[in-house]
Design a protein around this ligand. Structure first.
Ligand SMILES: Cc1cc2nc3c(=O)[nH]c(=O)nc-3n(C[C@H](O)[C@H](O)[C@H](O)COP(=O)(O)OP(=O)(O)OC[C@H]3O[C@@H](n4cnc5c(N)ncnc54)[C@H](O)[C@@H]3O)c2cc1C
Length: 412
């Protein structure tokens, strides 16, 4: 049986980041990816921060900088933000995944595509034995001292290692439109229960004259496609032109909430598999890569010490939660507040922002990786926003109305 130091399952941004760092440290790393080609099909809108680009070290994946954003309320009122410098970047997401995998392969990691993690066998000699199914549908067993589950929102590794308790998974639906009638440097966000209950719809210029348009919504049983169709009708009315036929459609899910433990004996979870996703936006590229770096550093030390026990690997949970736990906890709290607001409340929110100095605060302090910083500032500065709060806070005073926010997140 093949024996590896580390088996990474999933060649997304999180998995390839872990693989790069561990292979660079001299460990024997195998990465398996179920799709025939790394990075494809693309399942993402591809909007990232400068921090994410810095971590990836792949400036060539940028398609266009974003300097502005317009947020539309349910009654079509809007508020516009324009920054003097780029605040985000639209990337070629498939190319990012390829660049990260290439970097890991150059460091010595071996990649096998069209190879799916199937499950766990019995451990042997202190290594986990896992079953992999290759392109020819034959199953092989390989042994690894450490298994890293970087296999996304439906993580089979988490299930096999009994790591995950359910988190909220927001259904998402997105399409790529080849010709955009919108502003090529402005991202648009759509709020409202009829279009995107629980999160938002988006219109993101793709840097090649087209756009990515999509929705992510609360999981109330209604397919996200229904909301997407409504958003398209809304956009066609707004742009006064039919949208071009999509060149690609994607159906996926965004994990929101805390997974209580992202390590176990001989196993770590990273990225979407560990719900390392920003709860207010669903973005997970930056957080997944950064947590991938932390996972690799903890794993490197554990492999060298020959100790892959849960107690040793718990350091990973402690470290990534000390970096992101507070932000995620606050964001989950704000998300619960947001979910309590109905369409008239959202219109009032847009009204409160329109033409006010608060937009300058957002432009000055807005940070797509740490959005709660500016949210706290806005709540401090604006009485009209605070007036919306009593209703939102009802989430916690109406017994049983909502699950309590996971405020112990990260306090381990
Ligand atoms: C519609 C949509 C839009 C988004 N837009 C943005 C955005 O603009 N900005 C942002 O930052 N984030 C965005 N996200 C979130 C972002 O895409 C994820 O957070 C990010 O891809 C997570 O990276 P990852 O490496 O953890 O997982 P993934 O990128 O999901 O990679 C997991 C990999 O594992 C593979 N895999 C799964 N199961 C197996 C198995 N059993 N065996 C082998 N391989 C397996 C998959 O094929 C996949 O390649 C969006 C998500 C959605 C759904």
């Amino acid at each position: 049986m093949e024996a590896w130091d580390v088996l990474v399952v999933g060649a997304g941004p999180a998995g390839s980041t872990v693989a790069h760092r561990l292979a660079s440290a001299g460990h024997r790393v195998l990465v398996v990816e179920e799709h025939p080609k790394v990075g494809y099909p693309v399942q993402c809108a591809g909007l990232v921060s400068q921090r994410a680009l810095d971590l990836a070290g792949a400036p060539g994946v940028v398609r266009t900088p974003v300097r502005g954003a317009t947020v539309f309320g349910p009654s079509q009122g809007s508020v516009h933000f324009k920054a003097p410098d780029p605040r985000a970047f639209v990337i070629d997401r498939g190319a990012l995944d390829v660049a990260l995998a290439d970097r890991a392969a150059r460091a010595g990691a071996e990649f096998r595509t069209a190879t799916q993690f199937q499950g766990r066998g019995a451990s042997a000699d202190g290594r986990s034995v896992v079953r992999l199914r290759g392109a020819d549908r034959t199953e092989v067993e390989v042994a690894a001292r450490l298994v890293v589950g970087a296999d996304g929102v439906t993580s089979a590794v988490a299930r096999a290692f009994r790591l995950r308790r359910p988190v909220e998974i927001l259904p998402a639906f997105e399409s790529e439109i080849p010709r955009s009638p919108g502003d090529p440097e402005t991202v648009e966000v759509y709020l409202g229960r009829s279009i995107a209950p629980g999160l938002f719809g988006w219109w993101i210029p793709d840097g090649s004259g087209g756009a990515r348009v999509g929705v992510a919504v609360d999981a109330d049983g209604t397919p996200a496609r229904i909301y997407y169709d409504r958003l398209v009708r809304y956009l066609e009315r707004r742009f006064r032109t039919p949208l071009a036929r999509p060149t690609a459609l994607l159906v996926s899910g965004i994990p929101i909430g805390s997974v209580p433990r992202t390590h176990g004996p001989g196993v770590l979870l990273v990225g979407d598999a560990a719900a390392q996703v920003k709860p207010l936006s669903g973005g997970g590229i930056f957080t997944g890569m950064r947590c991938g770096e932390i996972a690799a550093d903890v794993a490197d030390a554990a492999l060298r010490a020959g100790d892959l026990s849960a107690a040793r690997l718990a350091e990973y949970d402690r470290r990534w939660r000390s970096e992101f736990g507070e932000e995620f906890r606050r964001a989950l709290y704000l998300r619960r507040l947001f979910q309590r607001l109905d369409d008239p409340d959202l219109d009032r929110l847009i009204d409160a922002l329109q033409g006010s100095e608060l937009t300058a605060t957002i432009v000055a302090f807005g940070d797509i990786d740490f959005p709660t910083h500016v949210a706290r500032r806005l709540l401090r500065e604006s009485p009209s926003l605070v007036r919306l709060l009593p209703k939102a806070l009802g989430a916690w005073v109406v017994p049983g109305a909502y699950r309590a926010p996971e405020l112990d997140f990260g306090r381990k």
